[in-house]
Design a protein around this ligand. Structure first.
Ligand SMILES: Nc1nc2c(ncn2[C@@H]2O[C@H](COP(=O)(O)OP(=O)(O)O)[C@@H](O)[C@H]2O)c(=O)[nH]1
Ligand SMILES: [Mg+2]
Length: 387
């Protein structure tokens, strides 16, 4: 690079500088040495990783920190029923029982606490009437008591209300065929619940036929078709925009002719404010009755729990136009407003046949008052020790 004489003199200058500034030299050399060690180390680690990784892409994910690694391990064990419900009702549990627990802490029941409990119950989507009646119970039965007493009084009162709306049987099959008409506003979860219900009937050994009574949207028939295929049952579809009563009639007739056990009929989502559409429901019920006397055996109203108090006003209007025999409360898994179930029980006393706690077929569960209350009130350690 340089002529030899120049190279020698440069080295001499550097040597001279290094001897006179040993500290500066050390400061320069330390970071260089650290960088070299770092580069060698990471090259060695990546070489080890690629040697261990199989070529088919099934390489193990990089190790997670200790805390993260424990979570999936606990999930992997199938949670038993109550634990599973507790998990699905987590938001409602935290919003209702959890908040009551926080409010009470170590306090005893006095006038000030009752006021605070009143506002808390009003905020929990139970409805005014239900919140009032629960508060009255606490006032008369838990006055001067502690958190545990209040919880016990509320738990017993809620259980009593919910027991009144427990259905006599889960998967009913009264008629041959057993005809079920499904109602509700748009997006409540009608089609999904019908799909899940069909799957459950089929799993219990019953033959099922579905009627795509939502003729307003082509996508609705397709959606029902997918569920029908999944459950392995036929779906009767009418012309797009056609008369939903005609589809309902055809479905019942097909079920009778083919000796099918259960016919479930979907409908278009109706806004409770649109009177003519609501009246059309009355017509559907009459037409189904012409296809088979005594049918429909069940008229199930699907309500979306996430709409809270709105579900109560929907129930009021639907029950006026069609003789609703049972409710399906969906989406309890994604809301803190599950207390609306208690309000529905108080206001209507109509059996809650099923609750939806997720998107999978097995997430349409028979409603059990005990299971629901246990999932809300029992804490994790109690639930585990009682399993
Ligand atoms: N998380 C959850 N989602 C649900 C449940 N039931 C229905 N859904 C969802 O709600 C949406 C609307 O359902 P759909 O059956 O089409 O409502 P429809 O208009 O009443 O027929 C869909 O995305 C469903 O997957 C439930 O119980 N839990
Ligand atoms: Mg639908």
């Amino acid at each position: 690079m340089f002529p030899p004489s120049m190279e020698q003199s440069l080295i001499a200058i550097l040597e001279d500088w290094a001897i006179r500034n040993p500290l500066l030299l050390a400061l320069l050399l330390v970071p260089i040495a650290l960088a070299v060690v770092g580069v060698i180390g990471s090259a060695w680690r990546s070489a080890r990783r690629s040697a261990a990784a199989p070529l088919d892409g099934t390489a193990e994910a990089p190790a997670l920190p200790e805390l993260d690694r424990e979570a999936p391990a606990a999930e992997a064990v199938a949670p038993p029923q109550v634990a599973r419900m507790r998990d699905r009702l987590r938001l409602t549990r935290e919003g209702l029982v959890g908040r009551i627990g926080q409010l009470l802490g170590g306090r005893t029941v006095d006038a000030q606490l009752l006021d605070q409990l009143e506002s808390l119950l009003f905020e929990a989507d139970l409805g005014v009437q239900t919140a009032d009646s629960l508060l009255e119970k606490v006032r008369s039965e838990a006055g001067g008591g502690d958190a545990e007493t209040v919880n016990a009084v509320l738990r017993a009162a809620i259980l009593e209300k919910l027991r009144r709306i427990e259905p006599a049987e889960g998967l009913a099959a009264q008629g041959t065929p057993h005809v079920i008409l499904v109602l509700g506003v748009n997006g409540a979860g009608k089609t999904t619940s019908i799909g899940k219900l069909a799957a459950r009937y089929v799993a219990s050994g019953r033959s099922v036929i579905l009627g795509a009574g939502d003729t307003f949207r082509a996508a609705a028939s397709e959606q029902l078709g997918v569920w029908g295929e999944r459950a392995g049952c036929e779906v009767i579809v009418g012309p797009s925009g056609g008369d939903p009563s005609a589809v309902a009639f055809d479905t019942v007739k097909a079920a009778v002719a083919r000796e099918i056990d259960v016919a479930i009929i979907d409908t278009a989502g109706r806004l409770q404010t649109k009177r003519p559409l609501m009246e059309e429901l009355g017509k559907m019920v009459r037409v189904i009755g012409k296809g088979l006397a005594d049918a429909p055996h069940e008229v199930l109203l699907v309500l979306d729990a996430t709409t809270g108090q709105n579900a109560i006003s929907q129930a009021r209007l639907f029950t006026e136009v069609a003789g609703v025999t049972g409710l399906i409360l969906t989406k309890l898994d994604g809301t803190a407003k599950g207390g609306v179930l208690i309000g529905l029980a108080d206001a209507f006393g109509i059996p809650v046949k099923f609750v939806g706690v997720g998107e999978a077929a097995e997430d349409l569960r028979d409603f059990s008052a005990d299971e629901f209350v246990e999932a809300l009130f029992e804490d994790a350690t109690e639930a585990e020790s009682s399993e």
